[in-house]
Design a protein around this ligand. Structure first.
Ligand SMILES: [Zn+2]
Ligand SMILES: [Zn+2]
Length: 281
């Protein structure tokens, strides 16, 4: 008798941090779900930056593949002068009116900043065609990477980082500050939409006192397991999460294999997922 052919490994668990091409990932939601199933995950959260656009198609694909999809988002926030905070939210109702209105305002702020950056560059003698530059975003949220690409194409910079260094970063002629969502408002908005929040990749420049302040504002989780975190960093944040009563979560922050990332490279257990879900109010 032939021995049974072993199937693909099914390690299970949940990857709580994934991006599609609706934000800065490269794959459509369906392809991200296919990778999730191939990685043997049982549950995934799609967490595109400031967008819930991919959730409906992701959910259809997840259902076909026997995966549980947690509707999520990654919100760019600031807290009292500390910018660059990324708040993950899970279990949100994507159709919630208050959340939708807030996301629309963020998109509008991005559009306004886009116009202001092009004006500022124009005053510095750098003229970019607004329509051609906007077209680089392909209908998605317009951001500085699209302007950087246009600067490179027009010969004003050698590569995208050079475009940031010469023209777009703080102190350069094309720098315009983006109006940031306050973390307190983000946390409240997510609660209103039925979800819970967790701070993404704290090891990328967030101080512990800011995390403590966010915990007081109702933060539920801390992303301890992230590809950018070394073992020592994980130990530090696991202890901090324990001390602050936060659920220690993890996720691959997948955008693209070309960057060396893999769906399911970080995953949480069903018990952690249940603890997170229990924080919904
Ligand atoms: Zn992030
Ligand atoms: Zn992310």
């Amino acid at each position: 008798m032939e021995p049974p052919v072993p199937g693909p490994p099914r390690p299970g668990g949940a990857d709580l941090h994934l991006h599609s091409h609706l934000s800065d990932g490269v794959h459509p939601p369906r392809a991200v779900m296919e990778r999730s199933a191939a990685a043997g995950l049982s549950t995934v959260a799609l967490t595109d930056h400031d967008s819930t656009e991919g959730l409906a198609t992701a959910n259809d694909a997840a259902r076909r593949l026997g995966l549980r999809l947690i509707p999520g988002i990654e919100l760019s926030c600031a807290h009292e002068g500390h910018g660059g905070l990324h708040l993950l939210a899970w279990f949100i109702d994507p159709g919630h009116a208050g959340l939708g209105a807030r996301l629309d305002r963020l998109l509008e702020a991005r559009r306004e900043r886009f116009g202001l950056i092009l004006e500022a560059l124009g005053r510095a003698g750098v003229h970019l065609d607004p329509d051609a530059t906007r077209a680089r975003a392909g209908g998605r949220a317009i951001g500085r990477p699209h302007i950087a690409a246009a600067l490179v194409a027009a010969g004003f910079a050698r590569h995208p980082q050079d475009a940031f260094d010469r023209w777009l970063k703080v102190g350069r002629p094309g720098f315009v500050r983006l109006e940031r969502l306050a973390a307190a408002e983000a946390i409240d908005t997510v609660h209103a939409a039925g979800g819970v929040t967790g701070l993404a990749h704290p090891g990328l420049g967030v101080t512990d006192d800011v995390i403590e302040a966010l915990a007081r504002l109702g933060l539920a989780a801390l992303e301890v397991d992230h590809p950018a975190h070394a073992a020592e960093t994980r130990r530090h944040y696991r202890a901090l999460a324990e001390r602050l009563g936060l659920v220690a979560t993890g996720g691959s922050d997948f955008h693209d294999e070309e960057r060396g990332e893999a769906v399911g490279s970080e995953r949480v257990t069903d018990a952690t997922l249940a603890a997170l879900e229990a924080r919904r109010r």
